[in-house]
Design a protein around this ligand. Structure first.
Ligand SMILES: Cc1cc2nc3c(=O)[nH]c(=O)nc-3n(C[C@H](O)[C@H](O)[C@H](O)COP(=O)(O)OP(=O)(O)OC[C@H]3O[C@@H](n4cnc5c(N)ncnc54)[C@H](O)[C@@H]3O)c2cc1C
Length: 405
């Protein structure tokens, strides 16, 4: 590189190498091969975690190991393993744990994802497992022994993660008694046929469901509920929702009450536009009219758009608003059954569902597609497709990111 190019070389730093951060890095690398730009990807672990399969990991199923260095091979992206502990948006620097030398950026992509929130209920952090990677690894060790003596697993939460965890555990360890406790009911978040299918699957797998019940406190081997009951357990799995790192709030970025970075239609922090935020760590400003739930299904498209916008910025071209319309929710119910719940563009459940083996196959294909979208992007082929039926900015349209791969 010539001296003047070195001077102009832009530093793009991406923090978090989950679905969103990895996609942003690979796509940006594809699009900027001949440009004076250095891309650095930072992640706490050296392996890519397929979070959407962590209930499989917890139940002793073999998952393929995915070293981040392999996923980046040949792309020119520099990988740094480390935990980001500070972000200074004024100096445009981040700091890693155990390092005194900050890393500077011209543009930052913030993709630190989320983790299972356990702080709201006393005892949950101390006595419950989660489907986060480290905890899932411990759960994997613990389940066989408890199953061998016919013990009981209590799953707190009947959202997608709670349903997937309970069914996976019950299918792999039929000797376990599995109970799911939820403060609402299955019908609140699924269509009537969808909820009926989950009820029937729970019945077949011997899972008991306690709806409209709130856990107020967790002790070593029992959960105390709002109606005064004490539910005993050998293992409790906490799956009541995700929380995000406090880093954005501590750094002075504008965040929503959950701590997610508030972003504009082009995925830039509304308070610090040199920072793009994608995936679970981000939430659109209310005025953009687009609200998304934390999901791999939204994290990947957001990352594609952020990479395209950064690439446009480098070329002096206008950045485009993000659009996304929901179509389906794919829920695994063990390995033999699945539920594909059709939804409208706003994520409201519709009566149409696909169930049984067909549902399980579709769900498995979607999980593979999520990873394949990354592998293909590394080779310069953008296969990720999504509906743009709702836009955070201009007119709705249906498009394929493939066209711009
Ligand atoms: C069991 C389970 C099943 C799921 N199933 C589905 C599903 O079927 N469909 C769906 O759409 N979604 C599903 N989800 C949700 C989905 O996994 C997340 O929404 C998705 O992973 C978000 O992607 P992300 O890139 O924003 O964050 P993440 O995948 O969480 O990645 C964030 C990365 O940042 C790293 N990181 C965090 N903090 C730091 C730090 N301070 N310094 C350095 N690195 C850091 C993390 O280690 C991680 O590698 C599921 C989640 C779980 C737990």
């Amino acid at each position: 590189m010539r001296g003047e190019d070195m001077e102009q070389q832009k530093q793009i730093v991406i923090i978090g190498a989950g679905y969103a951060g990895m996609m942003a890095a690979l796509r940006l690398a594809n699009q900027t091969r001949r440009q004076p730009v250095a891309i650095t990807l930072i992640n706490a672990q050296d392996k890519f975690v397929e979070r959407i399969r962590l209930h499989q990991l917890a139940t002793n199923q073999a998952l393929v190991e995915r070293p981040i260095a392999d996923m980046l091979r040949g792309t020119g992206v520099r990988f740094v393993q480390g935990t980001v502990t500070a972000l200074d948006p004024t100096r445009k620097q981040i700091t890693l744990q155990d390092s005194t030398r900050p890393i500077s950026y011209d543009k930052l992509v913030y993709a630190l994802g989320s983790y299972t929130e356990r702080s709201r209920v006393p005892g949950a952090a101390g006595y419950a497992f989660t489907l986060d990677h480290a905890s899932a690894m411990r759960l994997r060790e613990r389940l066989p022994g408890v199953a061998a003596r016919g013990g009981k697993v209590l799953v707190s939460g009947a959202g997608l993660t709670g349903i997937e965890s309970a069914t996976e555990i019950a299918e792999v360890y039929p000797a376990l008694r599995v109970e799911v406790v939820t403060s609402d009911s299955l019908e609140d978040d699924l269509s009537i046929p969808g909820a009926a299918y989950v009820h029937e699957t729970f019945r077949q797998l011997g899972i008991t469901l306690r709806e409209r019940t709130t856990i107020n406190r967790l002790e070593a081997n029992r959960a105390l509920t709002g109606d005064g009951s004490a539910l005993p357990f050998d293992i409790c799995v906490w799956a009541t929702g995700f929380g995000v790192s406090p880093l954005a709030r501590q750094s002075g970025l504008r965040v929503n009450p959950a701590g997610q970075i508030v972003i504009d239609a082009r995925l830039r922090s509304v308070s610090h536009p040199d920072i793009y935020a994608v995936g679970d760590a981000a939430s659109f400003a209310p005025e953009s009219g687009l609200s998304l739930r934390m999901a791999c299904a939204t994290a990947l498209p957001m990352a594609v758009q952020a990479a395209d916008n950064l690439s446009a910025w480098l070329r002096g071209k206008p950045e485009q608003p993000f659009g996304f319309g929901y179509m389906i929710r794919c829920i695994s119910l063990g390995r033999r059954r699945g539920l594909i719940q059709f939804v409208d563009a706003d994520d409201r459940p519709q009566p149409r569902i696909i169930t049984g083996t067909a549902g399980a196959l579709i769900k498995e294909m979607i999980c593979r597609y999520a990873f394949e979208a990354l592998s293909m992007q590394r080779r310069g082929i953008g296969i990720l497709w999504w509906s743009r039926a709702r836009s955070a900015g201009s007119a709705p349209e249906l498009t394929a990111a493939r066209l711009r791969g």
